[in-house]
Write a new protein. Structure first.
Length: 240
């Protein structure tokens, strides 16, 4: 299985890297940690680092954290907060910044299983204190994931996932952004996930991020309280 993943990963990385060099794509890097306290309650932290060219012209970073609470088997509530920093184009962390932002965001996520496939719907409201004043934003994401390959230790290590997310505001022009993600994941264990993927992002006249193509690399891991061993809780569709 590792050989299969290595071969698939090599092909994906080669395609993504070639695409990135040809079309001047950027990089999108994610490190996510989660602590599951009980079947219903968990905490998370995440950092992201992004560049407008392939590991060059770094222009954005964020760090955030929050709490998740599962009110039903397939319904999760989240309250998160974080810092989001966007720099100008033309080099690494070029100042003055385009945006210096603190954000609080409640969200609800609905999950549904159809056979082995998992469908996700995520609704998020963002309260944003930016360099240009206070703003509201609303996000809706629809995604799916599907495990592939042979089962090992009661789970399949390989999975494919895709999602599309829309961003709206309560002021003109109302529509802000569309973000498409395609990804391949490998789970060495139930508690860890390595992800490589591709994001295409279209922006409409906003400056808190820059729309284009990105190569995505992510690492997600989960820690459990000793008493919490009832079921796997890493979801296949990851937060971006």
């Amino acid at each position: 299985m590792r050989n299969v993943f290595t071969a698939v990963l090599s092909v994906v990385l080669n395609i993504c890297t070639t695409h990135a060099q040809t079309f001047d794509s950027g990089s999108w890097n994610i490190l996510n940690a989660k602590y599951t306290y009980s079947d219903n309650l968990s905490f998370f932290g995440e950092v992201q680092l992004r560049s407008l060219r392939l590991y060059n012209h770094f222009h954005y970073y964020e760090y955030k954290g929050g709490i998740n609470y599962e009110i039903y088997r397939n319904v999760n509530l989240t309250l998160g907060a974080g810092s989001y920093q966007t720099y100008r184009e033309g080099g690494d962390f070029v100042t003055p910044k385009n945006n210096d932002e603190f954000r609080i965001w409640p969200q609800i996520v609905l999950f549904q299983s159809i056979g082995s496939a998992k469908i996700e719907q995520r609704y998020r409201s963002e309260l944003r204190w930016t360099s240009n004043g206070y703003r509201n934003r609303f996000r809706y994401r629809l995604g799916f994931s599907f495990p592939i390959g042979r089962e090992r230790n009661k789970f399949k290590p390989l999975q494919i996932s895709a999602s599309n997310e829309l961003f709206f505001t309560d002021k003109e022009p109302y529509f802000e952004r569309n973000r498409l993600l395609l990804a391949l994941g490998y789970k060495p264990s139930k508690a860890t996930l390595l992800q490589v993927g591709y994001i295409h992002q279209f922006d409409y006249k906003i400056n808190d991020e820059i729309g284009r193509d990105f190569l995505v690399l992510g690492f997600y891991f989960e820690m459990f309280r000793k008493e919490t061993l009832s079921r796997q809780s890493i979801h296949e569709i990851k937060d971006n």
